[in-house]
Design a protein around this ligand. Structure first.
Ligand code: ATP
Ligand code: MG
Length: 289
């Protein structure tokens, strides 16, 4: 059985994709697990980070992205083929990681998101069951972990991710506005659980783009810790992902000189490599691996 984790937040630009991709790479390289990343975000960021733009365009032209899965259900077409769509050697690390697979997204996804809401009125399938029906048994039989990179909202597409998930993770910048919506996310997932008789559990909150010299970050973390201790919020990971220029560089698939995890995430003055190593350890402790 695989463990499936959705990476979610209502807010955009808080590090969801960066954490998804890095965690996937560390789980594969350091822990030697077999991992699938599902890119549910029409922005296609984890797809482009893991395979580059040229490969994405090729896949998009041959109808092998998640957009085509959802489009099949709306337009009654049969273009999507799960096994053909999964890209079996991803990342620019070590010349490609054979145990890091990707179910890619597409920029075209943007065009059909609104139409998904109406699907339940005519089809025999609930709109949030589309992904589950297609991927569930395959992922259970083939992966140790599945990380689902979600768009910055809790709409139907994200609900498809939650519907296959055991856990969800909430990355956040530790400031007031970024953390403001966290209680809303939790109550939204709780009501999804009740409605669908699921049990998607909060794995925790991860502080990202943390700056140790910013007082606001300290005070926000203190507030989060107090609320976690009081049981108002799920656990706050001890590991904080620092703000580091290397994080933005890491999203460039074509970047030259990238081979090892240290080359990708470590450099003098950046402790991103260390932070992702610790995050991986903490993640494994909480999911029990
Ligand atoms: N630790 C970090 N330090 C510096 N920059 C970072 C860090 N993490 C992410 N970034 C940069 O911040 C931007 C947003 O990050 P990312 O794409 O991971 O966020 P996101 O939550 O997935 O955004 P979206 O909601 O748009 O999908 C990107 O340009 C990324 O390179
Ligand atoms: Mg993203």
């Amino acid at each position: 059985m695989s463990k499936v984790i959705s990476i979610i937040n209502l807010k955009g630009g808080v590090g969801k994709t960066t954490i998804t991709v890095a965690l996937a790479e560390f789980l594969v390289v350091v822990k030697q697990y077999k991992v699938l990343v599902i890119d549910l975000d029409p922005q296609t960021n984890s797809t482009v980070s893991l395979i580059g733009e040229d490969e994405w365009e090729k896949r998009n032209k041959t109808n092998q992205t998640l957009y085509h899965l959802f489009k099949d259900h709306i337009d009654d077409t049969c273009d999507f083929n799960l096994e053909k769509s999964i890209i079996k050697e991803c990342s620019n690390l070590y010349g490609g990681l054979s145990n890091l697979h990707l179910l890619p997204s597409s920029l075209d996804f943007v065009q059909i998101q609104d139409r998904l809401i109406n699907i339940g009125q005519t089809a025999l399938i609930r709109p949030f069951d589309i992904l589950k029906r297609t991927v569930s048994s395959y992922i259970n039989n083939n992966y140790d972990f599945v990380l689902v990179d979600c768009p910055p909202n809790l709409g139907i597409v994200t609900k498809n991710g939650l519907n296959i998930s055991d856990y969800y993770l909430i990355p956040t910048i530790p400031d007031h506005l970024s953390t403001y919506g966290i209680p809303q996310i939790i109550s939204n997932v709780n009501s999804f659980n009740r409605r669908t008789e699921s049990n998607v559990q909060a794995l925790g909150i991860i502080a990202s783009m943390y700056r140790s010299n910013v007082t606001r970050h300290h005070t926000t973390l203190k507030t989060l810790q107090t609320k976690c201790a009081a049981g108002e919020l799920p656990r706050l990971f001890d590991t904080k992902i620092p703000l580091a220029a290397k994080a933005a560089d890491a999203t460039h698939y074509e970047a030259e000189g990238i081979n090892t995890l240290k080359q990708k995430y470590g450099s003098s003055g950046s402790n991103l490599y260390e932070a992702f190593s610790l995050l991986t350890e903490e993640f494994c402790e909480y999911v029990g691996c």
